[in-house]
Ligand binder design. Sequence first.
Ligand code: DP6
Length: 321
Amino acid sequence: MKSWQASAPSNIALIKYMGKVDSTQNLPTNSSISLTLNKLLTYVHITEDDKDQWLPLQKENTFKIELSEKGEKRFLSNWLRLKQYFQIEGNYLIQSASNFPADCGIASSASSFAALTMAAFNVAQDKGSQNLDINKVKLAELSREASGSSCRSFFEPFCVWSDSISKFYSAYENLFHFVVIVNGEKKKVSSSDAHKLVVTSDLFKGRPERANHRLELVKNLLNEKSLSSWEKLYEVCWQEFWDMHALFETSQPPFGYLTTGSIEVLNLTRNLWQTFKDGPIVTMDAGPNIHFIWRQDQHSIALAFKAELEKSNYKVIVGNE
Ligand code: DP6
C-alpha cells in the first residue's frame, strides 16, 4: 500500500497571536513573530486505506499522541478539507507522532497541522491532483486555516505573520532554545478557547496596537546585535507574555496557566539577569512552561542554568541548537 510522509517543526512566538478577527479562517487580531524550533518535530504518515481515519504513529524517539475525541475530529476534518482542496481521491489512514510531549505549552498543534498540510501536498503531488501550482506562502495559509500558529512553522529562522507570512532573519545566528517543563499535563483551556475568551477582558482594549508596536520593536532589536538591544529585547518579550497572561487572568470567566513552578523558574531567570546583567530572552505560551532563547556566545551560562534547573528536577527540552 502506498504511503507518504512529512514532518514539520514547532515554533515559539515572541509576539503572540492571541485573539482572532475571523475564527473560520483563523485571521489574527494582531501580527506575530516566532522562532522556528527545528528540533521539535511532528511526523505525519499517510497511507491508502478503506476509510479516512487517524491513529497514533509508532516511531522511535517519539511520544505517543493521545488525541481527545474533539482533537481527533479536528485533525480529520482538516485532512478532509485539504483532501477537498487538492481533490485527492480515495481514503487514507493518517498517523502522527511528535518527538516532544503534546499539549503542555509547546505548540504541538502548530507542528501537527503544518506536517499534515505538507503531507497532504505530497500525496496531491504524487497523485497529480488539482491546485498543485501553489507556493510555500499559500501552503502556510492553508495550514493557518487548521491552526493559526501552524502557518509560522513553514519559515525559518524566524517567521513574521502579518498581512502575509514571511521568513525573517535576525543578526543573531543559531539562537539556542530550551523549554523548561514545569508541568507536562494536558492544559485545561485550549489555545483555541483562549482566543475566544481574551476578547472579554477589559485589558483587551488596545491589545492589537500594543502587540503590533512591540512587533516592530522586536524586528528592529533582532537586527541590532548589541548587549543593550538584547536586554531591550528581553524586556519587550517579558512584557509581551505577561500581557497575554494578564488577558487570560482578566477574561470573563478568568483562567490561567501559571503554577508555582512557573513563578519559581521566572524568579530564577530574573535573578540571573540581575547577577550577570545579561541573560536569555524568556517567554511563555498558553501553558505553564518557560521558554528560553540564548545567543551562541552565552552557551556556557545557558548550559549551567539548564543544569541548575535539571538539578531541581525540572525537565528541559532543547528546541534549537
Ligand atoms: C498562545 O494557533 O493554537 O501559542 O488558531 O485556534 O489553533 P488556533 O490557535 P493556536 O494559538 C496559539 C496561541 C499561542 C501564541 C502564539 O503561538 O502566537
